[in-house]
Design a protein. Structure first.
Length: 74
């Protein structure tokens, strides 16, 4: 399974934000836990319905999303 297949977007769930496997946990929720100092294993301990692959999928999603060039006017 491709990691990005774990990321789902449903218009009526969490305001259309990217979530993990249809759960109500957003990619941002996981990224904020990681930014707060939790390890990937710590995130899974904090949110036991997630799998370690879900955490990696969030990182992959964020890396791909942020890797798109943005046009900035001067």
């Amino acid at each position: 399974m491709d990691l990005l297949e774990r990321i789902t977007v449903e218009p009526g769930k969490r305001g259309g934000r990217p979530c993990i496997r249809g759960l109500r946990v957003t990619v941002t929720d996981v990224l904020e836990l990681l930014a707060g100092g939790l390890s990937a294993d710590g995130v899974v301990q904090q949110l036991p319905y997630l799998q370690i692959e879900d955490v990696y999928a969030c990182l992959d999603y964020a890396a791909r999303y942020l890797n798109h060039p943005r046009l900035v006017s001067a």
